[in-house]
Write a protein that binds this ligand. Structure first.
Ligand code: 3PY
Ligand code: MG
Length: 269
């Protein structure tokens, strides 16, 4: 007899636990598997900017299933049909970009719930989430185990933040500093003082409403600052950049050293 898995990411949010995560953006199960048991609390499989489709996202969830990291999938947009397929594919926690009104948030909650509480279509015979009808309590548990993270990342979203955060079923709010910076007129400057102040204020407002606040910063000092202000789930890096930066650093280090015999080169082996 199979049972619906408990959403431990949602549980940790409810318990006020801090969760540190990484973007998974290479778009392939092989790269995702490599990140399993790497020490992060959660991983964000990025269906918005990563080169992903439903099949590649499912392959990454399968590859990471044996590992302890909690999985969150970011959707490309608000499309309820795509949300339905991700939930059927086994995603329990969705991060949805660019939420700008309580009405949008409410529609997203409904997309993640079965009637009478929502509009999610029923198709468990083809759903990995229900282990193809073998999960006996799937319908009883499904709505409760879903977790919605609304992303606030525009001036309009910030203006509507207090209403969005109150929508029942919005479990957490994640600030996107890059899009917010662009929306504020500081494209490419997520660390700009004005953006930083806006993020700080948003974290405080989300926490005051009793919801979990999240944010991304690859600047670790800034990430730690946001954590100290009350952010409870953070992304602190991007897999593609870790690989790229390590490759550039290794090439530079070896070429600068000039000779395979130079001390320190090859220390990793
Ligand atoms: C953003 O910064 O815009 C994101 O979506 C991720 O942090
Ligand atoms: Mg964004």
């Amino acid at each position: 007899m199979l049972h619906m898995p408990i959403n431990t990411f949602k549980q940790a949010l409810e318990q006020g636990e801090t969760q540190i995560g990484l973007f998974v953006g290479l778009g392939h199960g092989y790269g995702a598997e490599l990140l399993g048991s790497s020490g992060f609390d959660w991983l964000l499989i990025d269906g918005e900017h990563g080169p992903n489709d439903l099949r590649s996202i499912i392959a990454q969830m399968q590859a990471l299933a044996p590992h302890p990291e909690r999985l969150v999938v970011r959707t490309a947009d608000h499309n309820p049909a795509a949300i339905k397929q991700l939930l059927d594919g086994g995603a329990q926690t969705l991060m949805v970009p660019m939420v700008e009104s309580a009405a949008q948030a409410h529609a997203l909650v409904r997309a993640m719930r079965y009637p009478p509480h929502g509009i999610r279509g029923v198709g468990t015979a083809m759903a990995r989430a229900a282990h193809w009808n073998a999960v006996s309590d799937y319908f009883a548990q499904a709505d409760a185990q879903m977790c919605l993270i609304a992303q606030i990342e525009s001036v309009e979203g910030l203006a509507q933040l207090d209403a969005i955060v109150q929508v029942p079923g919005v479990d957490a709010v994640f600030i996107g500093p890059s899009d917010l910076a662009a929306s504020m007129g500081y494209l490419g400057q997520p660390g700009h003082r004005a953006v930083k102040t806006a993020v700080e204020e948003a974290i405080a407002r989300i926490a005051a409403a009793g919801k979990a606040a999240g944010v991304f910063s690859a600047d670790l000092a800034l990430a730690a600052h946001y954590q100290a202000l009350g952010a409870r789930f953070l992304l602190v890096g991007v897999d593609a950049l870790l690989l790229r930066n390590a490759a550039v650093a290794l090439a530079g280090k070896f070429k600068q050293a000039g000779s395979p015999d130079a001390s320190g080169v090859g220390a990793a082996y």
